[in-house]
Each structure stands twice: as C-alpha cells, then as structure tokens.
Design a protein around this ligand. Structure first.
Ligand SMILES: C[S@@+](CC[C@H](N)C(=O)[O-])C[C@H]1O[C@@H](n2cnc3c(N)ncnc32)[C@H](O)[C@@H]1O
Length: 214
C-alpha cells in the first residue's frame, strides 16, 4: 500500500488545479495591490531582479515583469510551469523545488514568497525556518525577502488545518533572520519583509537560530 504524505497530496492537487487554469485572479486588482503593497511599500524600482518562489501558474511573476522587473518564477508543479510558459512566454520560469534552484546565491534584488504553505503553520518550526533561510541565500546582500500570506490574525492553531498566525508570530520569524524587518497586515494578508544583511567573508551565517517543532 502506498501512503501519500500531505506534501504528495498537495502536489497532486496542484497538478490538476493548474491544468484547469488555477486561480482566476483579476489582473488589475492584483496589479494595483502589488504595486501599492509591495513595490511602493518596499521602495522597489523597475529593472530590479525578482524571484517569485512558488509561483504556481506564474500569474504574479508575469505581473512583476509587466511592472518592469526582471522577474523569474519557480514552482515544483509541472502543470503550473507549463501553463505559465504557454500563457506568459516573455517571462522566465523554472520547474524545480525551492531547495534545488538553479541560481547562484546572492543573485536577486528581491525574493518573493506568495502563499507558500511553509508559512501557514509553525513559524518557529523547521519547515518555515529552513524555507526562509534557503530563500534568503538567493537574495543579494542588502536586498529584500518578502513574504505575503493569508491570515486572519486570530492566533488559532488547529491541528488539522492551516494556522492563523498573528503579527507577533510573523515578527518573531522575520527577526530571526535580520534586524531590519517589517511586518504588516492589509485586508486579510500578512505582508512581511526582511533585508538581507551583508555576509562577512568566509562566514556561513552570523545568526544562531533555534528550531521549535516541524
Ligand atoms: C498556494 S500556492 C501559491 C501560488 C502563487 N504564488 C499564487 O499566489 O497564486 C503555493 C505554491 O507553492 C508551490 N510549492 C510548495 N512547496 C514547494 C517547493 N518545495 N518547491 C517549489 N514549489 C513549491 C506549490 O506547487 C504551489 O504552486
């Protein structure tokens, strides 16, 4: 008998979901939301390189391309990336896992994680911490890591569903990685960022991060 992990179930769900087109986002609503809540809020400029990590079927990667960014999307869903390449041929996409990305470290001005499930559960646990640590490796020193994720801020942490982390939970997570971080909330979405600190020559990391749970 093959027992499927939640991760495999998630992957199977996304394969079917993206084949049917995925979320039906309103182009202009998403355009102006990201322009105000990400580009303006964090002072991003046209021409910057941006990695959309877990880009699904590539909609937001394409949106940033249209706003003038050199954007690249990655997702491990084959169907998502096929859809993205077909519908947004002028934007670059790679089908790969976040932990196996084909880029040099320190190569993006901005790394964006929008809706990644790693941030729907225990933010002090292994899954969330290793994801942020990995994604930050691809941010240029002085560049930005940004996380956008749904939460109602209630602090509910059910065992069988996604957690509704509070702003304090997100603050604690971001503060593990940088002294320069920002956490906010707008209409159901936590909008977080941290600036990557300069790496001292020869050092792996300047921070000790303790992991609590999965
Ligand atoms: C909720 S969807 C968000 C998609 C897109 N960012 C959006 O906002 O529409 C989460 C995406 O993360 C992808 N994902 C989850 N874990 C991943 C991993 N380890 N490597 C690459 N992609 C991953 C899934 O395949 C899925 O497409």
């Amino acid at each position: 008998m093959i027992v499927e992990s939640n991760e495999t179930k998630g992957d199977l769900f996304y394969e079917e979901f993206y084949k049917k087109g995925g979320w039906s986002y309103s182009y202009w609503r998403e355009y102006w939301w990201h322009r105000k809540q990400i580009v303006k809020r964090f002072g991003l400029r046209r021409g910057m390189s941006l990695l959309d990590a877990g880009c699904g079927n590539g909609f937001h990667t394409h949106l940033f391309k249209r706003m003038g960014f050199q954007s690249v999307g990655v997702d491990r869903s084959r169907a998502g990336i096929e859809w993205a390449k077909k519908h947004y041929p002028e934007t670059i996409y790679h089908c790969c896992d976040l932990f196996d990305m084909p880029f040099a470290h320190n190569s993006f001005d901005v790394v964006l994680a929008r809706g990644l499930s790693h941030y729907h559960y225990n933010l002090a646990g292994r899954k969330a911490i290793t994801a942020t640590a990995e994604l930050l490796r691809f941010v240029k020193p002085g560049g930005l890591f940004s996380l956008v994720i749904i939460t109602d801020l209630s602090g509910r942490k059910p065992v069988d569903d996604v957690w509704q982390n509070t702003l304090a939970d997100y603050r604690k997570h971001m503060s593990l990685f940088s002294d320069e971080y920002q956490v906010d909330w707008y209409k159901g979405m936590a909008i977080c960022s941290c600036r990557k600190e300069a790496e001292p020559v020869g050092a792996q990391t300047t921070r000790e991060i303790s992991i609590v749970g999965d």
